[in-house]
Design a protein around this ligand. Structure first.
Ligand code: PSV
Ligand code: MN
Length: 423
């Protein structure tokens, strides 16, 4: 509604500068012939819960024009996709995004060119109409009735996902303990696996179950699915449709995430990602805003590992953002995140893998570093822009978002003090 006519003028104004940069990089760098087509295939799902202003336990500063319902969330992701042609999916969180008319929601998403990525269950909060509380956990709870309620909720999420055309369920558990002695770790683990098995049994044949791990918060002493090893051992007990999901913010400080990713992929148990960035903990900041080199190193392992297995980069893993925006416009932040992810992916595609292998086998550590950093230090923005251009997107999505005054239009349409369902 906002983007259509202006996009042409926007691109026309920028085309000659873009072509200059694109010609230059092609003359300077060996660009794989399929790089642009791989970039064009690569879509990143937007989380429904990241379209409004987030908050912290100290409060929330409303940004204005935030989506008030699922239809408006879909419209917002549609806007992003119209600008960058790379945000062609939305990931829903149930019950925040429950709908009584899935057919209409599916049709609306299709109008915007959007698919439904993983559906997420929520047993980290109590809902108003809920019989039993998750205060002391859900799938791990000592009371079988609470576990049953949590299992039922997950099955309900799968059912809603089926109606929307989703193909995966993400389970993130806040289950754990706040103090030593509160929990029998072994029994909590066993109860969680038993509950997960019941959920897994309800999974359609062509679906995946993603089990996300997190080191701490809201439980601060132990988390029952606290790290990749715990998730990995659980998904192995479930079966071939169960995978580990890596949220970049869910590790203890200085964890070597790229190594975790490499090994999970090698074991065939890496399911997908929640992209974000962080300085201290689960900060949920814009992807690539704090540690862009780490993001590149992760993609370097992904490209290497997926190619080793003959995997399809675009389709065989779940690519999702999980972020929270306290001070930025959520839509601008998401445009920045998508571009940062595309850039890391592009740089990883530029790594000279044959030369790297030679250098590794010669124990030439200096050459290894040079090879990686040569790719990382390449300004790949014109390659990403070229892919966007060929897809019919904007050369500079952020600039077009601002030039069109989209946020002001949303405020006029929806109001200055709206709040999205979610956190
Ligand atoms: C938990 O911190 C998490 O990363 C999970 O993915 C949740 O689904 C999401 O954030 C929203 O709370
Ligand atoms: Mn997450």
């Amino acid at each position: 509604m906002f983007v259509g006519e202006k996009l042409h003028d926007h691109n026309a104004l920028r085309l000659s500068a873009h072509e200059r940069r694109y010609t230059f990089i092609n003359s300077e760098v060996a660009i794989p012939s399929d790089l642009i087509s791989k970039l064009k295939d690569f879509q990143i799902a937007i989380p429904s819960w990241a379209l409004g202003t987030g908050g912290t336990r100290f409060g929330r500063f409303s940004g204005g024009g935030e989506p008030r319902n699922l239809e408006e969330k879909i419209a917002d992701v549609g806007l992003l996709h119209a600008l960058n042609q790379t945000s062609g999916a939305i990931s829903l969180h149930i019950p925040w995004d429950s709908t009584t008319n899935p057919a209409a929601i599916k049709a609306l998403a299709a109008q915007h060119g959007l698919a439904f990525d993983a559906v997420n269950s929520n047993t980290f909060q109590d809902q108003a109409n809920q019989a039993l509380s998750y205060k002391f956990g859900s799938l791990q709870h000592v009371d079988a009735a609470v576990r049953k309620q949590a299992v039922q909720h997950n099955i309900e999420v799968i059912q809603q996902g089926i109606e929307l055309g989703s193909k995966s369920l993400t389970v993130w558990l806040s289950d754990g303990s706040c103090f030593p002695g509160q929990l029998n770790f072994r029994k909590a683990y066993e109860r969680t696996v038993e509950s997960l098995k019941e959920i897994y049994a309800a999974l359609p044949g062509d679906w995946k179950l993603f089990l996300e791990y997190k080191a701490y918060e809201p439980n601060f002493y132990s988390t029952t699915v606290g790290d990749w090893g715990q998730s990995y051992s659980m998904v192995n007990k479930l079966g071939e449709k169960a995978y580990t999901l890596v949220d970049l913010g869910h590790h203890l400080p200085n964890a070597n995430i790229e190594q975790i990713v490499s090994l999970l992929l090698m074991e065939g148990k890496l399911g997908g990602f929640h992209f974000n960035d962080s300085k201290y903990g689960d900060d949920d900041l814009t992807a690539g805003s704090i540690k862009p080199y780490q993001l590149f190193l992760i993609f370097n392992e992904l490209v290497d590992g997926m190619d080793a297995k003959g995997m399809n980069h675009a389709k065989d893993l779940g690519w999702m953002i999980d972020a929270s925006h306290n001070v930025k416009d959520p839509l601008e932040d998401l445009l920045q995140s998508v571009e940062a992810i595309q850039m890391a992916y592009t740089q990883a595609l530029l790594v000279d893998r044959a030369a790297l292998e030679v250098a590794r086998n010669a124990n030439d550590v200096v050459a290894c570093q040079e090879i990686l950093q040569t790719a990382f230090r390449t300004d790949v923005r014109s390659l990403v822009a070229q892919a966007r251009l060929e897809l019919g997107g904007a050369l500079d999505p952020l600039a077009l978002f601002r030039d069109l005054g989209i946020r002001n239009q949303l405020i006029q349409e929806r109001g200055a003090k709206t709040q999205a369902t979610g956190l």
